[in-house]
Design a protein around this ligand. Structure first.
Ligand code: NAD
Length: 251
């Protein structure tokens, strides 16, 4: 039997990048996945490509939209076993030069988004003894120039993961996080010019020195698939790092 056979899954931000790779791998492993994104065209295209179970779009900053999309997914799937909070944005700015509006925006997507999605999904997950996978980042573990507010949001997501896991333990619902290093997606492409300008080092050299190479969205999806599966039955409150050794080294 496939690792995720019959699992009913909702993935935010799954029209592109890591979310799309998660939706793809989960589907290949037997799950029925509902795609969700703020970009309706990307979601439709991804769902067709993947052969997903359906689409239920939302902007994760809008609690009403998140609740409606999760309800729609539950109706399509007949319940819910796994919520993947993947939607996220980056801001590259020296922390104390960032506007307060932009700081509020990144919190709204990266922290408040997973918070409202977990609240909307939890009743269904308690029913199925399901689980939540939150896509955090190594930026939630260590600091990085230009990523101050992003680092703060990803650390907050790890902490919400821990507390939700402990509070939900009696219900049988597991909650875990994935912390990737730099991976090959549009998000990182957008960061390259600012990083090169700030460090005066070609981004490829920085990546080679710190983590060997860029990770792939598929490698991240593998860890998410393990955490979502029954193979991880005693894993909760954890954050799994995959970063080619970046956080293992002081130099
Ligand atoms: N790429 C990396 O190197 C990396 C590393 C660590 C963690 N992450 C995290 O992985 C997740 C996915 O990143 P990615 O690199 O695939 O990014 P991406 O920008 O390539 O894709 C993000 C997807 O989320 C959607 N999205 C953005 N805002 C949204 C909103 N408000 N509501 C719903 N959907 C929204 C976008 O439309 C897009 O489809 C993010 O949480 C990111 O912080 C990425």
């Amino acid at each position: 039997m496939s690792e995720l056979e019959g699992k009913r899954v909702f993935v935010t931000g799954s029209g592109a990048g890591i979310g799309k790779a998660i939706a793809t791998l989960f589907t290949q492993r037997g799950a029925r996945v509902v795609i969700s994104d703020i970009d309706a065209d990307a979601a439709k295209k991804a769902a067709e490509e993947i052969g997903a179970a359906g689409v239920a779009n939302c902007d994760v900053t809008d609690e009403g939209q998140v609740q409606a999309a999760i309800q729609q997914a539950v109706a399509l799937l007949g319940g819910l076993d796994v919520l993947v909070n993947n939607a996220g944005i980056e801001v590259s700015s020296p922390l104390l030069q960032q506007s307060t509006e932009s700081f509020d925006k990144i919190y709204a997507v990266n922290v408040r988004g997973p918070f409202v999605a977990m609240k909307a999904a939890i009743g269904h997950l308690i029913e199925s003894k399901g689980n939540i996978v939150n896509i955090s980042s190594i930026a939630g573990i260590g600091g990085s120039p230009l990523l101050g507010s992003y680092c703060a949001t990803k650390a907050a997501l790890i902490q919400m993961t821990r507390v939700a896991a402990v509070e939900m333990r009696p219900t049988g619902v597991r909650v875990n996080a994935v912390c990737p290093g730099f991976a090959d997606t549009a998000m990182v492409e957008r960061l390259v010019p600012d990083f090169e300008a700030a460090t005066q080092v070609p981004f490829g050299d920085l990546v080679a020195m710190k983590q060997g190479r860029l990770g792939t969205p598929e490698e991240i999806a593998e860890v998410a698939a393990f955490l979502a599966s029954d193979r991880a039955s005693w894993v909760t409150g954890s954050h799994y790092v995959l970063d080619g050794g970046l956080t293992a080294s002081l130099v």
